[in-house]
Ligand binder design. Sequence first.
Ligand SMILES: C[S@@+](CC[C@H](N)C(=O)[O-])C[C@H]1O[C@@H](n2cnc3c(N)ncnc32)[C@H](O)[C@@H]1O
Length: 470
Amino acid sequence: MNEDKKNKKPYKPSGKPAEQRRRPAHSERESGPFKAGLEVRVTAAKLLAAVIDRKISLDGMLDLVHGNPAYRALSDADRALTRAILNTALRHLPRIEAAITSLIDTPLPEGARALHHVLVIAAAQILHLDVPPHAAVDLAVEQANRDPRNRRFAKLVNAVLRRMDREKDEILAATATISPVPAWFRKRLVALYGEAEADRIAEAQLVPAAIDLTVKSDPAAWAEKLGGTVLPTGSIRLTAFDGAVSALEGFDEGVWWVQDVAASIPAKLFGDLKGKKVADLCAAPGGKTAQLIAAGAEVIAVEQSVNRLARLKENLGRLGYEAELVGGDLFEFKPAEQLDGVLLDAPCSSTGTTRRHPDVLWTKGPEDVAKLAALQEKMLRHAVTLVKPGGIIVFSNCSLDSLEGEELVVRVLKDHPELRRLAVDPKDWPGLEGAISPLGEFRTTPAMLPASENFVGGMDGFFASVLQVR
Ligand SMILES: C[S@@+](CC[C@H](N)C(=O)[O-])C[C@H]1O[C@@H](n2cnc3c(N)ncnc32)[C@H](O)[C@@H]1O
């Protein structure tokens, strides 16, 4: 059997109680599933350290071409397990840390970060994942033994994690009242949404997002074919799907594209787009560009990142759509004549996307929200200059913070008397009336679209405002 195939087998410890099991022999530890399992945990701990200690976002580290070399060297199945462990650890971090603290007599020393990461990675598996707990414990102990910083704590790791496994239900119940999001974020949510809604949003981000698709036409028929549910907006939600979307029917034919239901809203706020010339100023990877084209607009897609522009091109190609692609900074973009519309789906703190990117809350802080709000305001002021009288600007982002949304729009409106806000009419959005503010702006949160028996609820947090140049 070649090494790769052997590594794909999950590590299965013996059925004996943990206390009676022997440490796997040296030869077992150096080969096969045990070694592969250990590489997953070591890589997960390293990536966790990069996120929470060095504020490095996971997206880049998990990139299959430019990402972390240890992660890229894993098999497909082991990469999936690494991602599952990391995302789970980050979603539940404050509760996991409280669980660990409750099981040790004295708090972990400040400098014992490597030990912290080993324990968190193992605890995420024991408390929340379908991994044999004995495997999680054995691998964590081995991980501790192999790291000179942690070797002296190997017995502690063993004792804490075994007890965590034995007392799992009580521990989960005892930590359930702790907010699962970092303190800075909870404070901000409470200030913006009130305590009860803040807690609902924080709980909602614990549930991994379902896959939503935007279809070119006939959502009902495609929902049936793909086993999904049609959402109030016409998007399709695949609740039970867990695999590569590229294997699904309709992918190769370019019938649909992946897009969270909330992300599909801004491009629908322009009204009739047939024959209109519209610029999508922050276009990649292109979900909204595709919607604008599908609605009949002639689209100029502006994107600064070379890699992301290439992805946009590939995505449009698959869908059989065409747009004028402009690579570069939107501040340099000056169309020959003013446009009928501009979509500004601006780079933001992304705090509305934590169901799929739980690292966001640990890599960003209030200072990033303020910085990104300032950049977006500058971008919106530039967007205003590109649109002809009567033309429409839709400003959107996936932040939950009013600094990047409602407050920013108020400031821009104050300085631009030629601009007015067009209120979205809740009657046009059955099922999403609660996501439209009294001023007629969209404000979705992960706590919206409640779950039911066969339906994973939730949607990304999004803000969208419609502005018209007089
Ligand atoms: C939130 S994403 C856009 C998502 C996209 N609208 C969609 O629906 O697929 C923001 C994009 O803006 C791009 N961007 C950031 N700053 C930019 C700038 N100054 N000029 C042009 N594009 C920029 C980023 O590279 C990123 O691709």
